[in-house]
Design a protein around this ligand. Structure first.
Ligand SMILES: Nc1ncnc2c1ncn2[C@@H]1O[C@H](COP(=O)(O)OP(=O)(O)OP(=O)(O)O)[C@@H](O)[C@H]1O
Ligand SMILES: [Mg+2]
Length: 143
């Protein structure tokens, strides 16, 4: 790739009808950019879980994808309740998902843990009553 690629996707809170739309589009872009299968898989998981968390918990958010020759960068910023105890939220199995969310098959409490597992760099910061910010970097191996 000669030039870096960047695009921002907006995600609306509570709109489960659109769940996965941004993730599917990002997957297509990465395929077109001929990103390696394993890197694509990890990116797809990280983006999907991030998108679902905005829909499940925030009012609205943006996912920015930035791809250069060495890395995939995903920035996730939302406006919402934020996360009071980040260490707790990161624990696999911890979830505050409502019954409504669980009935749709989400709320296992694995999203943030899986995002971190897929990332080479993962940073999370959050301000209660303001919002949450994730910075995710996945290396494009062997390049
Ligand atoms: N963007 C966010 N804004 C506010 N709270 C969040 C946000 N993302 C996660 N949380 C909180 O952290 C908890 C853990 O999130 P995580 O994604 O790991 O699991 P989950 O969304 O509950 O379930 P799963 O992702 O497995 O469907 C959530 O239940 C919620 O309380
Ligand atoms: Mg989640």
């Amino acid at each position: 790739m000669n030039r870096a690629y960047e695009k921002t996707f907006s995600v609306e809170g509570d709109n489960f009808d659109n769940a996965g739309t941004a993730s599917i589009e990002i997957k297509k872009i990465l395929k077109d950019l001929r990103i390696d299968e394993d890197v694509l898989r990890k990116t797809a998981i990280a983006v999907y879980e991030s998108e679902l968390n905005i829909i499940s918990y925030a009012r609205s958010g943006n996912i920015t994808l930035y791809v250069d020759d060495d890395t995939i960068n995903i920035d996730v910023e939302d406006e919402g309740p934020g996360i009071e105890d980040i260490d707790l939220a990161m624990q696999p199995g911890y979830s505050t998902a409502t019954e409504h969310i669980r009935q749709m098959g989400f709320g296992a409490g694995m999203g943030l843990y899986n995002i971190k597992s897929c990332s080479d760099l993962f940073e999370i910061s959050s301000t209660p009553n303001v919002g949450t910010h994730l910075k995710i970097i996945i290396k494009r191996n062997g390049r």
